[in-house]
Design a binder for this molecule. Structure first.
Ligand code: PSU
Ligand code: MN
Length: 335
């Protein structure tokens, strides 16, 4: 994102001020590449619920300062629902599971942050770089740390015209190969939702909507016009689904799609129109690859005078609540 305010720069500079990050010295789960914050390794050791959170939403998905406040709020919501938040990010060439306030602040302001998916991890690590982990990058870290539940806003998918460009998010193949339950508000209509669901089927990903209906949600609106194969009515059913994935030893993940709460879905139509415009602009400007999603998110926010950002924040808060409750129910099942 281009616009980082002076305030942000000053804040970052102050909190970072030339010193290296304090890498945790926790001995229970530290190696040269992965660092798990002690609050998380302690929770895991006591079989307490933990919720993984991504950080591309911080580095590339939202503008400052809403990115920072949302990240902090989401962590607070997870705590309020009895789970420990584990925001994942890459700092100076190390994967961190659980970030300090300074690290969160740094990622929210840093211009140099990479967007770290599976394919970017080796490069980021070998070069000692920092970045936000996408859904695929976060799933890898969560799996390694033994955290089965991961909350985000929306996952990547098959882009519109993806049958020609082959622009298909690594999130989908990651869901096919890593046993993590991803709680999201479905898939944005910046993507081809029908093909995304087909691709998830091919990858063996169990997709279930959360709540009353099998209508697969489209991020800003509770319906996409597509249905999910399954539906879980409450957190206990969701937890049971995750538990069976784990006990079957399937190496594939799950997608739990939580519809945006009705009261925040009002701007859905206006946002939908902005998406059409932004998708056309991206294609006209030749925006490609990893830049497509951030470009569209930023344009939609501008075109809706910030309404899409408000809706985005609201649905992530809701996902954090539901995901934490699922993590608690799962911990209870596994007790
Ligand atoms: N969708 C959003 N906000 C986001 C992303 C997706 O509404 O911030 C981020 C997530 O981190 C997701 C990534 O994993 O974009 C997918 O990027 P791509 O389409 O380049 O795979
Ligand atoms: Mn892509």
């Amino acid at each position: 994102l281009e616009d980082r305010s002076l305030e942000c720069w000053v804040g970052c500079h102050r909190s970072f001020s030339g010193m290296a990050f304090q890498h945790s010295t926790d001995v229970s789960y530290t190696d040269s590449l992965f660092n798990v914050h002690p609050s998380i390794s302690e929770a895991l050791a006591e079989s307490k619920p933990v919720v993984a959170l991504e950080s591309t939403i911080i580095t590339h998905g939202m503008p400052y300062p809403q990115n920072l406040s949302t990240a902090q709020e989401v962590e607070a919501i997870v705590r309020a629902h009895g789970a420990t938040p584990a925001t994942v990010g890459v700092l100076e060439g190390r994967v961190h599971v659980g970030l300090t306030q300074e690290q969160l602040h740094f990622l929210s302001c840093s211009e140099a942050s990479l967007k770290v998916s599976r394919r970017d991890l080796p490069y980021a690590i070998s070069k000692g770089l920092s970045g936000g982990t996408t859904v695929s990058g976060t799933m890898i870290a969560a799996h390694r740390a033994n955290i089965p539940v991961f909350v985000t806003g929306g996952i990547g998918g098959v882009h519109r015209d993806g049958e020609n460009s082959m622009d298909i998010s690594a999130d989908l193949t990651e869901l096919g190969r890593t046993p993590i339950a991803v709680v999201s508000a479905g898939v944005k209509s910046i993507l081809d939702i029908g093909r995304t669901l087909e691709f998830l089927e091919t990858q063996g990903v169990c997709v279930a909507t959360f709540g009353k209906s099998k209508d697969f949600p489209a991020f800003f609106s509770p319906q996409s016009g597509f249905t999910a194969p399954y539906n879980v009515v409450d957190v206990e059913e969701a937890a049971a689904l995750i538990a069976s994935t784990l006990s079957l030893g399937l190496q594939s993940g799950l997608l739990v799609a939580v519809p945006i709460p009705e009261e925040h879905a009002a701007a859905g139509q206006q946002i939908e129109e902005a998406i059409q415009t932004a998708v056309a602009e991206a294609s006209a400007k030749g925006v490609r690859g990893r830049d497509v999603t951030p470009f569209i998110l930023q344009r939609v926010n501008e075109l809706t005078q910030g309404k899409s950002l408000q809706a985005n924040m609201a649905l992530i808060r809701n996902n954090a609540k539901v995901g934490s409750q699922i993590a608690c129910a799962l911990a209870e099942l596994q007790r």
